[in-house]
Each structure stands twice: as structure tokens, then as C-alpha cells.
Design a protein around this ligand. Structure first.
Ligand SMILES: [Zn+2]
Length: 93
């Protein structure tokens, strides 16, 4: 099973953050996982499934980021780097 197939299988079971996926799949570079997620989001469209994104949230002020396949580095409102990562899962459309 390829790394992307493993990610799809995991995200069909429950939601995961990029950090959790990088630990589970032993991929240190989170950019690799982000790139996989972007490709998965595109490929799922042909299968009647959708990649759902629970957006990143600032843990200090509660600012909610846009739902996108990215890990924000700091909050635009309060400038903290204490950010809850976005979470991803896959559902049938
Ligand atoms: Zn903030």
C-alpha cells in the first residue's frame, strides 16, 4: 500500500492532524504530508468522496483560520504561534 493509500484509509476511519499522520507514517517532513493531502483531495473527487477540513484555531485568542491544506505558523490577530493544527478526514459526499 502506498503512503497516500495509507493516509486515505486512516482518514476514512477518523480525523487526523498532519503531525499525527507524520508520526504514524514516520514521515518527518510535514510538507510531504501536506502535498499528499492536496493530491488526495483532488483524486477523491472522482470517487464520490470529499476531504473535510476542520480549520486551524488559535489557542490563545480563538481566531479560526480558513479551512485549507496548510499549517499556519502564527495567528494574524494576536501573533502567537500557539496554534491548534487543522484536522482532516474523508467522507462520502
Ligand atoms: Zn490569536
Amino acid at each position: 500500500m502506498s503512503r497516500r493509500q495509507k493516509i486515505i484509509k486512516l482518514l476514512e476511519e477518523r480525523d487526523f492532524s498532519v503531525s499525527e499522520l507524520s508520526l504514524l507514517l514516520e514521515v518527518r517532513d510535514k510538507r510531504v504530508i501536506l502535498e499528499d493531502l492536496k493530491r488526495i483531495a483532488k483524486s477523491l473527487k472522482h470517487e464520490g468522496k470529499v476531504l473535510l477540513i476542520q480549520p486551524a484555531v488559535c489557542r490563545k485568542c480563538g481566531f479560526v483560520f480558513r479551512a485549507e491544506i496548510n499549517i499556519p505558523s502564527k495567528c494574524p490577530r494576536c501573533k502567537t504561534q500557539w496554534i491548534e493544527e487543522p484536522r482532516f478526514r474523508i467522507e462520502l459526499r
